[in-house]
Design a protein around this ligand. Sequence first.
Ligand code: LMG
Ligand code: NDP
Ligand code: PMR
Length: 403
Amino acid sequence: MALQAASLVSSAFSVRKDGKLNASSSIKESSLFGVSLLDQNKVNSVSSSLRCKRAQSLSKNGAIIRAQTIATSAPTVTKSSSEGKKTLRKGSVVVTGASSGLGLATAKALAETGKWHVIMACRDFLKAEKAAKSAGMPKDSYTVMHLDLASLDSVRQFVDNFRRAEMPLDVLVCNAAVYQPTANQPTFTAEGFELSVGTNHLGHFLLSRLLMDDLKNSDYPSKRLIIVGSITGNTNTLAGNVPPKANLGDLRGLAGGLNGLNSSAMIDGGDFNGAKAYKDSKVCNMLIMQEFHRRFHEETGITFASLYPGCIASTGLFREHIPLFRALFPPFQKYITKGYVSETEAGKRLGQVVSDPSLTKSGVYWSWNKSSASFENQLSQEASDIEKARRVWEVSEKLVGLA
Ligand code: LMG
Ligand code: NDP
Ligand code: PMR
């Protein structure tokens, strides 16, 4: 089914050249540093015709918000038969932020198996198309759809477009993130939430909540919702103790709407700190994954999981860091902490959490040891606080307009 398309992609897209996969193949992770300090032992064949209509408008913060709708032909996801036996149809997985880094590497890893169709949910349509092409992803293995997590309207629009495309949803991967380590002043999403928490947590929270029905409706044998977490949000690790440390406090800033006006831009109500805001957003990601598990796993059979893929020190995540940091961070992680992983290896890891039949346990925070074997890791006290998870869920519901 081809939907109406208004116009072709405008040429106003900015496309950078950093969408390439890292060729490095280091697969080790620190056995000393990468593990919990508390317990060292635990240590369809789819042919898409893509067209888009885009409009630009100014948000109240003056930031340019792009509204873009994509029309795509629906995939053929019929069950094929070989020698009279039914074989499994292709899985259909949405990956947010698949235009670079971990998201792109995961999209590529899944596409290459021939068993997955990847919906690349990205804010920069052309960048995503280019990235998929230069990563060598087969043309019929992916569909790019516009999603800007820093706008709740865009999240709703994405869900709408996705449903219109009539593709099943078997796995949702909440991967996209922004990190503003050098920002002195907060910036805000379209709705006026501090950008890191607004994008990494609130945008994904609304997306996941809206897509729960689609996941429930999937007839795929293993349905999963995966939210990318991080070691740096876990204060039971050395990395999580590098200042500024994550801390959600009593959530007074979040409850106030993180708007920096009559409320703090920080979840705990403190002064703005970009690195802390990112780490706090990762704690929210890990708490929300567990809250999903408690609320929906039994009823739906969906697997909810989070992970720390390793330190992928050369991704675009550090684009706003000072040049000296960007130069020293990869060798520091490679040779000193030994926590470094390449984008390719990290993509395989997240790919496993999407599709490996042995990783179906729900409520788990996955990590990998130095031999690149997965294990169930322990979250910090705050990131496993049941009461806090419930409160983050309830406050977030109000902020995104679900309650
Ligand atoms: C802030 O600085 C920034 O201000 C902010 O913008 C943001 O980036 C934020 O977290 C992100 O960091 C953090 C600052 C804190 O870090 C630095 O400035 C250091 C930058 C280092 C970057 C890599 C440098 C590498 C240096 C080595 C050079 C090698 C070059 C490689 C060449 C290899 C060739 C072979 O940093 C500090 O404050 C320093 C102190 C940090 C120590 C933190 C550790 C705490 C440990 C606590 C122990 C935990 C205990 C828990 C309980 C244990 C129980 C057993
Ligand atoms: P990248 O910057 O390479 O990738 C982040 C992706 O998120 C990009 O595709 C980016 O889009 C997208 N994105 C950012 N803002 C938005 C938005 N408003 N709407 C939609 N998409 C958006 O970083 P990584 O690959 O490193 O990060 C991926 C995940 O891995 C994150 O969740 C991060 O927290 C996590 N992680 C990373 C670690 C690391 O060491 N790198 C360690 C632990 C966890 P665009 O391409 O347009 O910029
Ligand atoms: Mg960290 C000891 C192991 C270890 C690991 C696995 C990481 C991962 N880091 C470790 C140690 C240290 N780091 C130490 C000892 C220092 C002080 C020198 C240090 C510093 C540091 C900085 C300044 N590290 C950082 C930063 C960042 O800006 C990154 C960050 O916090 O982003 C939020 C970062 C990271 N260290 C990691 C990982 C995975 C990151 C990337 C961020 C993430 O996505 O969570």
